[in-house]
Design a protein around this ligand. Structure first.
Ligand SMILES: [Mn+2]
Length: 312
């Protein structure tokens, strides 16, 4: 019997600082074709309308670059997620840059207004800046602040104009509570992010903690921490893995990451969780891959193994 899964391809790369993440979903599909895998013929694929044409001209929003396109992308993304959920299917999102997750979380909350959503964020970065604190203006560093509905005004370094503020406010949701997120593998943060993480007491399982305590113990601890949540969303940034193990085919690679096998163990563990409501894989950038299509090939294996663990 076929499993009730749908793919959602979201090729937006409006939030990235380097170009090419929009090609990530198709690079993974190309990796499947090269390998002779029929994975992408087995499940419905929905494609989100991107607005990457905006990238052909300079942005007028230095502290939230190309934010004017994201509400369009998120509206399309919301439609696809709601369609998927109306068929009781598990959405597997393959997205360009990580800003997509702000839209995914807002859509999941819209679909499940009464449920408490837990978030597992596997990433080299904390992605919790706001336009007020960002040093780069790239929105892929801001999805968690958007989905928590936070500005971090007490840490503000940037003065926002009225238009930026209005676009940012429109992206904000209160999709989940700060106590319901767990980071895995975060190792490259800025001082404002450290301050927010400390204030909100966000839990990060570092690579060394995972190795010291052992993955099974940590995974159980994460499940326990999120036991009050009704649903679990897993957001997987491929830069969580050590680039030596995959390749440098991602926008912001950081050394000393998870091994590929650790990433695989984490993802296949949560793939079996009955509370899993969506899983998202982001930031594969074939334009930056110095080893042909290696990052996409690795992402494909992770997706295959996630699906292999699903029984429904
Ligand atoms: Mn990220």
């Amino acid at each position: 019997m076929s499993k009730n899964i749908q793919f959602i391809f979201n090729p937006s790369e409006l939030g990235a600082g380097t170009r090419g993440a929009s090609l990530g979903p198709e690079a993974i599909r190309a990796a499947a074709r090269t390998k002779g895998s029929t994975l992408f013929s087995q499940f419905k694929i929905q494609s989100v309308d991107d607005h990457n044409d905006l990238l052909d001209a300079p942005t007028t929003f230095p502290f939230a670059k190309y934010i004017d396109g994201l509400s369009t992308v998120f509206a399309s993304l919301t439609d696809k997620i709601l369609d998927c959920i109306s068929h009781a299917a598990l959405p597997i999102l393959i997205s360009g840059d990580h800003s997509a997750a702000a839209g995914t979380l807002a859509a999941l909350k819209k679909a499940h207004p009464q449920e408490r959503i837990g978030v597992i964020w596997i990433d080299a970065h904390a992605d919790i800046h706001s336009p007020y604190t960002t040093p780069s203006g790239n929105i892929h560093g801001m999805p968690i602040a958007a989905a928590l509905g936070l500005d971090h005004l007490h840490l503000a370094k940037n003065q926002l104009d009225a238009q930026t503020k209005s676009h940012w406010d429109a992206l904000k949701s209160k999709a989940f509570l700060p106590e319901d997120i767990v980071y895995i593998g975060v190792r490259d943060t800025e001082p404002e992010e450290d301050a927010v993480i400390q204030e909100l007491q966000l839990r990060n399982f570092t690579v060394s903690e995972l190795r010291q305590k052992g993955l099974p113990v940590c995974l159980k601890e994460i499940s326990n921490k999120l036991s009050a949540c009704d649903l679990i969303y897993v957001s997987f940034d491929v830069d969580s893995i050590d680039p030596i193990e995959t390749s440098f085919g991602t926008g912001t690679p950081v050394a000393n990451g998870l091994s590929f096998s650790e990433a695989n163990e984490i993802l296949t563990y949560f793939a079996q969780d009955a509370k899993l409501c969506a899983i998202e894989i982001v930031e594969v950038n074939p334009c930056l891959d110095d080893e042909k299509n290696k990052m996409a090939e690795h992402a494909l294996v992770l997706i295959e193994n996630i699906i292999a663990q699903r029984t429904v």
